[in-house]
Design a binder for this molecule. Structure first.
Ligand code: DX5
Ligand code: ZN
Length: 216
C-alpha cells in the first residue's frame, strides 16, 4: 500500500444523511473510510455498531478501516469482517491476548492493526510489531471527535518507525485525532502513512477540497 493516505472518520458525518456522506467520500480523493466503534465502557462515549456498519458495507467503495474502541474486541471481529471491514484495529489496552486477536483478524481475511492510547509507550509493541499490518497512534484520548492534537505524537511516530525498521516489519503508521490542515504535512514528513480526519473534513465548507488539501 502506498503512503500519504487520508481516512475521513464517519464519526463526524451527518448520521441523518450517512449514505450521502459515504457517497461524497466515494467521489473524493479519500483513500480509506474510518469507522469508529465505541462501547461506552472502554471509552466514555457510545457511537454505533452493526446496523451502521451494514450501511457502510452497502455504500462504501473505498477501503473500510474499522477502529474498535471496545472491551473484548475479539468477540466481535468476525462479525465486523462479515460486514465488510478491510482492516480492523484493536487497542493494545483492551487485549489480554493481543497476539491471538491479531492472528484471528488476519485468519478471517482482514488486515490487522494495533492501537496505542497517548499514554501507552511504543516499546509495548516490541513483540507484536512483526505480526501487525498497521500501528494506529492515538493523538487524542479516544472517545470524541474534535479534540486538540497531542504534540508528543511526533516523538511516538519516530519511535514506531524505528521499531518497524529494526524488526523488518511492513506495518504502516496511522495517526488519529486532531489532524487538520496545519499539521497534516508535518505528520506525513514525520513518517505517518495514513491520517484520520473527522472534524477537519466534515466541518469544512468543502469536505472534498479539504481531503485534497490534507494530502499536500
Ligand atoms: C476518536 C476517534 C477518531 C475521531 C477523530 O476517538 O478515534 O477517529 O473521529 O476525530 P477528529 O479528527 O475530529 O479529531
Ligand atoms: Zn478512530
Amino acid at each position: 500500500m502506498k503512503n500519504k493516505l487520508i481516512a475521513p472518520s464517519l464519526l463526524s458525518a451527518d448520521f441523518g444523511n450517512l449514505q450521502r456522506d459515504i457517497e461524497m467520500l466515494n467521489n473524493s480523493q479519500a483513500d480509506w473510510i474510518h469507522v469508529d466503534v465505541m462501547d461506552g465502557r472502554f471509552v466514555p462515549n457510545i457511537s454505533f455498531g452493526f446496523p451502521v456498519m451494514k450501511t457502510v458495507q452497502e455504500h462504501a467503495k473505498k477501503f473500510v478501516d474499522v477502529h474498535l474502541m471496545i472491551l473484548e474486541p475479539e468477540k466481535y471481529v468476525e462479525e465486523f469482517i462479515e460486514f465488510g471491514a478491510d482492516l480492523i484495529s484493536v487497542h493494545f489496552e483492551t487485549c489480554t491476548h493481543l497476539h491471538r486477536t491479531i492472528h484471528l483478524i488476519q485468519s478471517k481475511g482482514a488486515k490487522a492493526g494495533v492501537v496505542l492510547n497517548p499514554s501507552t509507550p511504543v516499546l509495548m509493541l516490541e513483540d507484536i510489531i512483526a505480526d501487525v499490518d498497521l500501528v494506529l497512534l492515538m493523538s487524542v484520548n479516544p472517545g470524541f471527535g474534535g479534540q486538540k492534537f497531542i504534540e508528543n505524537t511526533y516523538k511516538k511516530i519516530k519511535e514506531t518507525k524505528d521499531l518497524i525498521l529494526s524488526n523488518n516489519s511492513t506495518a504502516l503508521i496511522e495517526i488519529d485525532g486532531g489532524v487538520n490542515l496545519d499539521n497534516a504535512s508535518k505528520l506525513f514528513e514525520a513518517g505517518a502513512d495514513i491520517l484520520v480526519a473527522g472534524n477537519a473534513v466534515f466541518s469544512s465548507v468543502s469536505p472534498e477540497r479539504t481531503i485534497e488539501l490534507l494530502k499536500i
